[in-house]
Design a protein around this ligand. Structure first.
Ligand code: ASP
Length: 302
């Protein structure tokens, strides 16, 4: 069974302040990422290509906290993190703190495929992008009015909910292809008003992203520090591999115990070795979608 799941972040706009127009816009972009990723799988493409395709589309949307729509750090600069992992051979690539890369997922993939390293940061990562021909953009490309307003409110110390501050809009995708190979990708602008140089869970292999054909592929979104401390993506893979759980049971146990147990919030998307998809979260909602060869096709927010 092949399939794909995507997310556009947990901690969504509260139900009360979501207008029909903005809900339609979110759904439209989620559907186009989901369908483009699924199309790669349906024509026999790799899970790696499917997650790259889906995440790239979400990065290009101004609605999600990744790529174009990334949040600002305290200094008013966008610093982006991303990672990708191939479940076939546990190859992985990641970038952290990049400021000029249009699609950090493409750079993470280049790190995986064209370098001996797993993670590159900051200017070293951008120098590598230049060498590999990965598109660089001026910082103004990432300016959106909405994210700027969120930063100003956060700097003032307004009492805002995580959702209103624009937290947790990270994007990600997990897939299982027709050969049974799993892949995961995650990309983010991090947290609004974060300290300069702060790196979250999204580029940390095992925390915000993981893929292993023997267990599952996972992409996470939420309070990154807690995902790092609970090594949450790998925790789900370990529950599946060592205890024989399915995706849904493992995701529920990890989010409700390992993550919530230390005070973290957020969500995960998981596809296991049998192609079973789980989308689990402990926030009000999570932008998400799933599509597989059984005919399932759904996009949901709450
Ligand atoms: N997990 C991300 C981070 O901490 C934030 C998010 O999911 O939106 O950087």
């Amino acid at each position: 069974m092949f399939g794909i799941a995507i997310h556009g972040g947990a901690g969504v706009i509260s139900r009360a302040s979501m207008t029909p127009e903005s809900e339609a816009a979110y759904r439209r972009d989620l559907e186009s990422a989901l369908d483009a990723g699924y199309a790669v799988l349906a024509r026999g493409g790799s899970g790696l290509d499917a997650v790259t395709t889906a995440v790239r589309i979400l990065e290009d949307s101004p609605l999600f906290n990744a790529g174009r729509g990334a949040v600002f750090n305290h200094e008013g600069i966008n610093e982006l993190d991303a990672s990708i992992m191939d479940g076939k051979d546990l190859q992985a690539g990641a970038v952290a703190g990049v400021r000029h890369v249009r699609n950090p997922v493409l750079l993470a993939r280049a790190v995986m495929e064209d370098s001996p390293h797993v993670m590159l940061t900051g200017t070293g990562a951008e120098e590598f992008a230049l060498e590999r021909g990965v598109e660089l953009v001026p910082r103004s490309y990432f300016f959106t009015e909405r994210r700027w307003n969120q930063l100003e409110r956060a700097r003032k110390g307004d009492r805002l909910s995580a959702a209103d501050l624009g937290y947790y809009g990270t994007v990600g995708a997990v897939a299982r292809d027709q050969q049974g190979n799993l892949a995961a990708a995650t990309s983010t602008g991090g947290m609004t008003n974060k300290r300069w140089g702060r790196v979250g869970d999204s580029p940390v292999i095992g925390a915000g992203n993981y893929a292993d054909n023997r267990s599952c592929a996972v992409s996470a979104t939420g309070s990154g520090e807690y995902f790092i401390r609970s090594v949450l993506a790998h925790e789900i893979a370990a529950l599946i591999r060592h205890r024989g759980l399915d995706a849904a049971t493992a995701a529920r146990e990890a989010v409700s115990q390992s993550l919530a147990g230390i005070g973290g919030d957020g969500g995960v998307i998981v596809i296991d070795h049998a192609g079973r998809i789980a989308m689990e979260f402990n926030t009000e909602g999570m932008f998400r979608g799933a599509r597989d060869a059984s005919g399932r096709r759904e996009v949901s927010i709450y």
